[in-house]
Design a protein around this ligand. Structure first.
Ligand code: GLY
Length: 371
């Protein structure tokens, strides 16, 4: 069964379709958007090996021609060099203002190809076909596109909404266990930030969905996308509520920076640890009881996920350096760090009013537990 979540943004509204076999059925889904039966596909070498042939064959069955640009797999692709290569290739393909660019892959490809579509001829439409859990529940929805700068991640970009998102949950079976669980960090985030019932559902069903149950996977992706769609519809360009989606991210970005954006810590792993630290900080500030961070950690541990600073391999800098790295975050406003804290599970809010000593204590204790 295919589920649909609508992202309501006036004349830029679009559907997120969630189901099995959407990669091979993409032609039927994309055909109504086309003025000419042709699309340009951007993907990476890893995803191309797994999904490009079935995707293009499916398009051909619907009479749609396709050309593909296969970029190197990995975060390093998300910079000026491959971005410029992508834009020039799309121009060579003569993608017109009414043409369609398809991003087939995880967050790196979705962000880069979406940004290329945003600037090509001052904006062409694009379709997201996310193949990782993280991309299905977060990065493919909501129109944040961009690339990394040497100064930091995602610092160059544009808001450019896709015209359609096809989340094929069958593709999740091709992920490594580690990549799946990293994406699950973003799923847990939704329950923690705004839906305690969903978090309870994850406590019961998380192990089953990680083991491959498709009905459970479909529900988890759908509920996550519904929550993201509601928030994006309220606050497309992050003037307010959209910042809630950054629960765990202020800690996460500092940890990713401290680990050199390497395999030592995947983004979703950093989000999971960041959520636990955000709840710990909330408890220290008396916003919620100590049981709440313990419950967050218990679920992450049960799922076999990284939960604490102690779970990050290799050296980490001290608490003061980590706090300083948080200061480089995009969420800094008027020089003040913005945190997403919580009054309980499902009750997150945005605040700049967090004493640095409390954050220092939380980080110092987490670092001490590594010894
Ligand atoms: N990933 C956070 C957002 O889309 O706002």
């Amino acid at each position: 069964m295919t589920e649909t979540v609508r992202v309501e943004l006036g004349d830029r509204s679009y559907d997120v379709r969630i189901g099995e076999d959407l990669i091979t059925r993409a032609g039927q889904e994309i055909a109504p958007l086309l003025h000419a039966p042709r699309v340009s596909v951007v993907t990476d070498s890893h995803v191309a090996d797994l999904h490009l042939a079935p995707f293009c064959d499916g398009l051909a069955t619907s009479g749609i021609e396709s050309e593909a640009l296969v970029l190197p797999a990995g975060e390093a692709t998300k910079g000026w060099e491959q971005f410029s290569r992508c834009v020039e290739w799309l121009l060579e393909q003569k993608v017109e203002r009414r043409g369609i660019v398809v991003a087939l892959g995880g967050g790196v490809i979705g962000d880069l190809a979406g940004f290329a579509a945003a600037v090509l001829r001052r904006g062409v439409r694009f379709v997201q076909v996310p193949t990782s859990l993280l991309a299905q529940v977060d990065s493919s929805v909501g129109g944040k596109t961009g690339i990394n700068s040497v100064q930091g991640k995602n610092l160059i970009g544009a808001f450019h909404q896709p015209s359609l998102v096809l989340a094929d949950i069958g593709a999740l079976s091709t992920l490594t266990g580690r990549d799946f669980l990293a994406g699950y960090g973003e799923v847990v985030k939704y329950g923690l930030l705004g839906d305690a019932e969903f978090f309870e559902w994850l406590e019961v069903n998380g192990p089953g969905l990680a083991a491959g149950d498709m009905a459970l996977r479909s529900h988890a992706v759908k509920r996550s996308v519904e929550m993201k769609a509601e928030i994006v519809a309220r606050d497309e360009t992050e003037q307010g509520d959209r910042a809630l989606l950054n629960l765990g991210h202020t800690f996460c970005h500092a940890l990713e920076s401290a680990t050199g954006y390497s395999d030592r810590l995947l983004h979703g792993e950093g989000v999971a640890i960041g959520c636990a630290l955000a709840f710990e900080t909330s408890a220290r500030l008396g916003l919620c009881s100590q049981e709440e961070p313990s419950r967050v950690r218990a679920h992450l541990k049960e799922m076999g996920m990284k939960t604490d600073l102690a779970d990050i391999p290799g050296d980490l800098p001290g608490a003061a350096t980590l706090l300083n790295l948080m200061g480089q975050d995009k969420k800094v406003l008027d020089g003040k760090l913005r945190f997403i804290l919580a009054r309980g599970i499902g009750k997150a809010f945005v605040t700049s009013d967090v004493p640095h000593e409390v954050v220092m204590d939380v980080l110092s204790e987490g670092l001490a537990a590594r010894r």
